[in-house]
Design a protein around this ligand. Structure first.
Ligand SMILES: Cc1ncc(C[n+]2csc(CCOP(=O)(O)OP(=O)(O)O)c2C)c(N)n1
Ligand SMILES: [Mg+2]
Length: 318
């Protein structure tokens, strides 16, 4: 499989699921499942995908599908693979977890499975907050974003911390494959899923998946927002194969972050100073990812003490 036309037509996550129109999760999970094919066992922890993909006694999955608890994707997928091995069944085992279930509550099980190099594919569907329980902040939430636990008030305006770099943390476990994906860059998307499918050992696919109600966006804008995330540096497309990192798509110019922010209600309260802080953080990230200075604008990050001054108390504006 090299491009969109090579992707199998048969759906594995079929119609009849209950995702919001325009849901980034649905289009990402659906395309990954198609490419992995019918010889796959799917595990999903508590998340939007559990709610819209299979509400007992119905299921939109054509493959065997399991759900247990929120925090254990790494552990349950390990167990499923071990059970299949015991019965000499060769099937792909994939866990599809949210950012909360990966960055935060599932981190211990994820780290264990990665460190043991379990033969599974771990997909993180990152909508940058705990969405199905009512848009609470996670450690994937970007700087400045409104969530119900990081409200925009008089003193504090949205989330005060920068997004955790989970793909780098997983790559530091020395696993065979880590990649970041965006459905707006579909050829790159297809190539990475295909590569993950063909490899053995622990594979981690980190996907940016816009959330219509949580990001306060138009249902038709998800893919454009994915594209802008890459053009502004909010999302970097890269892979780490057997320890060797490689950027797989570099934007020609760095678009100002305001292009990304202005389409999303979750950022609309952001003042000039916060936009400058986020832009400066992106400029540093740009340099780290692409090995060159970001072209413009001025990139001066606030002193570390100022960022770290936002401890648990000020974080929530309490
Ligand atoms: C131990 C535990 N704590 C809390 C919950 C409640 N809960 C279920 S799903 C969820 C949020 C999931 O967030 P994320 O993993 O980002 O997935 P999303 O909802 O965004 O798809 C929470 C808090 C739970 N099921 N189990
Ligand atoms: Mg989430």
């Amino acid at each position: 499989m090299r491009s969109m036309k090579d992707v199998p037509r048969e759906d594995i996550l079929t119609h009849g699921h209950g995702a919001c129109p325009g849901c980034g999760y649905a289009v990402t999970a659906k395309n990954i499942a198609k490419m992995l094919g019918p010889n796959t066992v799917v595990y999903v922890p508590a998340s939007c995908l559990v709610v819209f993909g299979a509400l007992y006694p119905y299921s939109a999955w054509k493959t065997p599908y399991l759900f247990t608890a929120f925090e254990n994707t790494g552990a349950v997928t390990t167990g499923i693979k071990a059970a299949l091995r015991r019965r000499h069944i060769d099937a792909t085992v994939v866990g599809m977890a949210g950012d909360g279930g990966t960055f935060d509550i599932g981190l211990q099980a994820l780290s264990g499975a990665a460190e043991r190099n379990e033969d599974i594919i771990y997909v993180c569907l990152d909508n940058e907050a705990y969405m199905n329980t009512g848009i609470q902040r996670s450690s994937a939430t970007p700087f400045g974003a409104w969530t119900t636990t990081t409200p925009a008030g008089l003193e504090v305006k949205g989330n005060r911390r920068f997004k955790k770099d989970i793909a780098r943390i997983v790559a530091d476990h020395d696993v065979p494959y880590v990649a970041t994906l965006s459905v707006a860059h579909f050829t790159d998307f297809v190539r990475k899923v295909q590569k993950a499918k063909e490899m053995r050992g622990f594979r981690f696919l980190h996907c940016l998946t816009p959330c219509i109600p949580g990001w306060r966006i138009e249902p038709s804008k998800g893919v454009s927002i994915n594209r802008l995330a890459v053009e502004t540096g909010m999302w970097t497309l890269y892979e780490v194969e057997n320890g060797v990192p490689r950027v797989t798509y570099k934007p020609k110019v760095m678009a100002p972050v305001t292009e990304y922010l202005k389409l999303q209600g979750r950022f609309k309260h952001m003042g000039e100073a916060d936009v400058r802080t986020l832009q400066a953080w992106l400029c540093e990230k740009w340099r780290a990812n692409y090995g060159e200075e970001a072209p413009s604008p001025p990139c001066v990050l606030p002193p570390k003490e100022e960022v770290l001054a936002h401890d648990g108390d000020t974080l929530y504006g309490i």
